[in-house]
Design a protein around this ligand. Structure first.
Ligand SMILES: Cc1ncc(COP(=O)(O)O)c(C=O)c1O
Length: 390
């Protein structure tokens, strides 16, 4: 785009003239890997990746390339069966997708007419809801989370009530990214009830396994799918299953919704090797996954306690996920800490541009060694800061 004599922007290239106008200047989602690409292996190995809520550790998987000349099934049965056993829903309530991100996109494309309908988000929240809506031309209504005397980052049910009839899809994130807290079940159910005749309520449970609900098989929101017409649950193998590179997620919903989303999804969304690895992880590695979750939760609580003791840390958000969000005393301090970590090849995520999250940084829970390293570099960052300010 170039500036004309009267200061209006004009398309200057053929592509700018042909492209959807709103995409030309749109900033794509600043994913952890767009901000810091992993590059070649050597570069990746030099860095401590604590910025994308990935889990530490690798599994061992067998791949059979015998039928790789054939297209895979639209929804590989072995994968659906494995996830059905895991989540307790029949296979016709499950759609496997390229990560939960694809589920978000399909839901918006299926329910929102471009330039007519809107989604509702409760910021601070996961950025892809808004980006997918923008890409599709759907409007975005925000009803920010609120702090109550009892708890931080709760749903504003009064605010949600004012939007009934005005939005088609409501995204709730629980545990929330980047806030970390699980929304009280009563609030989720109240939101579902509010929108029961007018909007789909999506409960994004990407971090579900870290909430400990799995231990008592209390998969409450998946049960709601069969009880309420307007509920969708999103899950992923990217977090607790340590398979972010696989790109495999699941949209859980009633049959009618699954049929609708199946009209919009690509013809072969799940690559054969993805189905093979995911099925193995879901069938053989549940105990490994649970041990990883337990260890992550212990490390998270330790980091949480440690952060609370640091004089530069103003606030730590209670987390039920594989990351901790904390607030620094000042922007200057936040920038110094963040940049010093980057200079030492430790990558965490700056969340300070999000509504209500001034001076906040988010640390993904990596291995015990990575977190020890992080604490050492933190101490150095603040020593540097002290020296430079003295
Ligand atoms: C809340 C939330 N939902 C969905 C996703 C996307 O997960 P996936 O890797 O399955 O696309 C993420 C990834 O960070 C997330 O934090």
């Amino acid at each position: 785009m170039t500036l004309s004599a009267n200061n209006s922007l004009i398309a200057s290239t053929l592509i700018e003239r042909l492209a959807r106008e709103e995409l030309v200047d749109m900033v794509p989602y600043q994913s952890a890997r767009r901000l810091f690409a992993s590059g070649d292996n050597e570069q990746a190995n030099n860095k401590t990746w604590l910025n994308a809520n990935e889990a530490p550790g690798q599994g061992k998987y067998q791949l059979d390339s015998e039928n790789i000349n054939r297209y895979p099934d639209f929804q590989p049965q072995s994968l659906l069966n494995a996830y059905s056993n895991y989540c307790g829903l029949p296979t016709d309530n499950i759609l496997a997708t390229r990560g939960a991100d694809e589920g978000i996109e399909l839901i918006i494309r299926s329910f929102c007419r471009a330039y007519q309908d809107s989604i509702l988000i409760c910021p601070p929240t996961y950025g892809m809801y808004a980006i997918s809506a923008e890409n599709h031309g759907a409007g975005i209504v925000s009803v920010p989370l609120v702090n109550t005397p009892q708890a931080k980052c709760q749903l504003d049910l009064e605010g949600l009530k004012t939007q009934v009839g005005k939005v088609k899809v409501v995204f709730l994130c629980s545990p929330g990214n980047p806030t970390g807290n699980t929304l009280p079940q009563a609030q989720i159910q109240a939101a579902i009830e509010l929108f029961k005749d007018s909007a789909i309520v999506v409960v994004d449970e990407a971090y579900y396994e870290y909430t400990n609900a799995i231990l008592d098989a209390d998969q409450v929101n998946t049960k709601l799918i069969t009880q309420c017409d307007n509920v969708i649950v999103l899950r992923t193998l990217s977090k607790a299953f340590a398979l972010a590179g696989l790109r495999c997620g699941f949209t859980l919903a009633n049959k009618e919704i699954i049929t609708l989303l199946s009209k919009v999804i690509a013809p072969y969304p799940i690559a054969a090797p993805v189905a093979e690895i995911a099925s193995q992880a879901l069938s053989n590695d549940l105990a490994i996954m649970q041990a990883r979750v337990n260890s992550t939760n212990t490390l998270r609580e330790q980091l949480n306690d440690w952060l609370k003791q640091q004089h530069w840390c103003n606030d730590v958000f209670p987390s039920d996920a594989n990351f901790v969000l904390f607030r620094c005393n000042s922007t200057d301090e936040k920038n110094k800490i963040f940049n010093h970590l980057v200079d030492n090849n430790i990558l965490i995520r700056d969340q300070s541009k999000q509504q209500q999250l001034e001076n906040c940084l988010r640390i993904s829970i990596g291995s015990a060694e990575e977190l020890e390293q992080l604490k050492i570099v933190f101490a150095l960052a603040l020593a540097v800061q002290k020296n430079s300010s003295s």
